[in-house]
Design a protein around this ligand. Structure first.
Ligand code: ADP
Ligand code: ASP
Ligand code: MG
Length: 441
């Protein structure tokens, strides 16, 4: 069994959906296909959720019309004149259900119920299109088996227990299901967070002990720098799980931050492939080492730096423990740390409990907070031994670097910079580390 995931752009129009069907016809069977919503649809559903909170009925109507129009446009291209009325009627039923949720009383699951509808609509439409094209397929409802419990540490066994019997009872060479949706520890409908369909694919792959996972998107693999900000980036053919995990966690948008976690221990390889250029090699993520040293750079925004200064730190022990316990009590994880004899600087990305953390820390130390920072992460197995890596530090000449983490792992150098400097920092590092000498502007 293989698991293939197609993202929003890949299923974003009738033309692209046809490309996906073509890829399905030439890839190995059997397979489970995990689909996102059509591109832009989840954003529309997020705004529907906001309109529901605001009780803004004009905006609710406006968003529902856009959602219906987007799906109708695809239907008019994909389906025969004979099949269109029935298919459109089902989309109308979905849109009516969305209206009921958006205008009904809000509950703890209203957000998840609304925003996962894009996947529900698209997979239904996709499966019907396959039926029309006489491609045998079985549509599975992911909310009946994605019992992950916690998103941080998904319970793969529980997913297996629900999914495997469904596969047995509905034998097929081609299953279609929704990404993004899951059930939490209370069994309530939930999401795997934005971009979560990648994570759905690897959770499902782990649950069925798949031979491999293919993540099909709109670019030819994971590039050595963020192509949205840097020109001349290149796809990387091989990454280890550790390299991919670091790059995804530290902002490489092509992968949801937790994507590789379910497959590392099970040693299930993940391929990143381009729907619009299927013959390009893409990126293979596995436990194989092809070449060590510098591989790629990524950046994660929304980082808050906290400096904790206390003279009590001088020669004292137990101070760091006291500080970490504060963060632990507030379930806030720390990404980067640097220390001096009297101060410690650290970063967090979740500021939900920042006020409470500050209140506790202020009792024992002088605390300053700086928001709007980005972590720039330079990644590669045994990067520390790479003779070129020193070139990264020339950045200190031109960009106000707030923190540097070097030596915490052999595979990562992290730099904290103000977000307004992020693009210049990525471009500088690209020129220094990946391009020919003298390329720096
Ligand atoms: P999908 O909708 O298929 O999940 P995403 O938009 O989530 O696709 O991810 C693909 C996009 O990620 C690319 O179009 C690219 O702009 C962006 N991206 C950011 N960093 C990288 C990187 N290092 N390598 C490749 N793509 C990246
Ligand atoms: N449709 C969801 C999102 O836009 C999940 C995904 O595409 O991975 O976040
Ligand atoms: Mg994505």
């Amino acid at each position: 069994m293989n698991v293939l995931k197609f993202g929003g752009t890949s299923v974003g129009s009738a033309q692209n959906i046809r490309k996906v069907v073509e890829i399905l016809s030439v890839t190995e069977k059997p397979k489970i296909v995990v689909l996102s919503a059509m591109s832009g649809v989840t954003n529309l559903l997020v705004s529907l959720n906001q309109a529901s909170i605001d009780k803004d009925s004009a905006q609710i109507t406006n968003v529902l019309e856009q959602l219906q129009a987007k799906h109708f446009e695809a239907i008019e291209d994909l389906f025969t004149a004979e099949n269109q009325p029935e298919t459109k009627a089902q989309i109308e039923t979905f849109v009516a259900a969305l209206k009921d949720i958006a205008t009904g009383g809000r509950t703890l699951t209203t957000y998840a119920e609304l925003v996962t509808y894009g996947e529900t609509m698209l997979t239904w439409m996709f499966s019907k299109f396959l039926d029309q094209e006489q491609v045998a397929n079985v549509l599975l409802n992911a909310s009946t088996f994605m019992n992950v419990g916690t998103v941080e540490n998904p319970n793969i066994d529980s997913v297996s227990e629900s999914l495997l019997p469904q596969l047995e009872q509905n034998p097929s060479q081609l299953y279609i299901t929704q990404g993004f949706v899951c059930r939490d520890e209370r069994g309530s409908l939930a999401t795997l967070k934005r971009g979560g369909s990648d994570f759905s694919a690897t959770i499902i792959a782990a649950a069925v002990s798949a031979a491999g996972v293919q993540i099909w998107t709109d670019i030819d693999g994971l590039h050595n720098n963020d192509p949205r900000y840097v020109e001349g980036t290149n796809p990387i053919e091989h990454l280890t799980y550790n390299e991919a995990a670091e790059l995804a966690y530290f902002g490489a948008k092509i992968l949801h931050p937790q994507t590789v976690a379910p497959v590392i221990d099970r040693d299930i390889p993940v391929w990143l492939k381009n729907t619009f250029e299927p013959s390009a090699p893409g990126t293979k993520i596995s436990n194989e080492y092809h070449n060590r040293g510098l591989k790629a750079i990524s950046a994660k925004d929304g980082i808050t730096a906290i400096k904790i200064k206390s003279n009590r730190m001088l020669g004292a022990h137990g101070f760091l423990r006291t500080i970490f316990e504060v963060f632990d009590r507030h379930e806030t994880s720390i990404d980067m740390i640097t220390t001096s004899e009297v101060a410690i600087s650290l970063t967090i990305d979740d500021t939900a409990h920042l006020k409470a953390i500050m209140t506790e820390l202020s009792v024992i130390a002088e605390v300053t907070v700086e928001e709007d920072h980005s972590i720039i992460c330079i990644v590669g197995e045994n990067l520390i031994a790479d003779h070129e890596s020193y070139k990264a530090f020339g950045i200190l000449n031109s960009i106000p670097v707030r923190m540097i983490a070097y030596g915490g792992s052999n595979n990562n150098i992290s730099l904290l910079v103000p977000t307004r400097e992020k693009i210049s920092a990525l471009q500088y590092l690209n020129a220094q580390l990946f391009q020919l000498e003298g390329a720096i502007a």
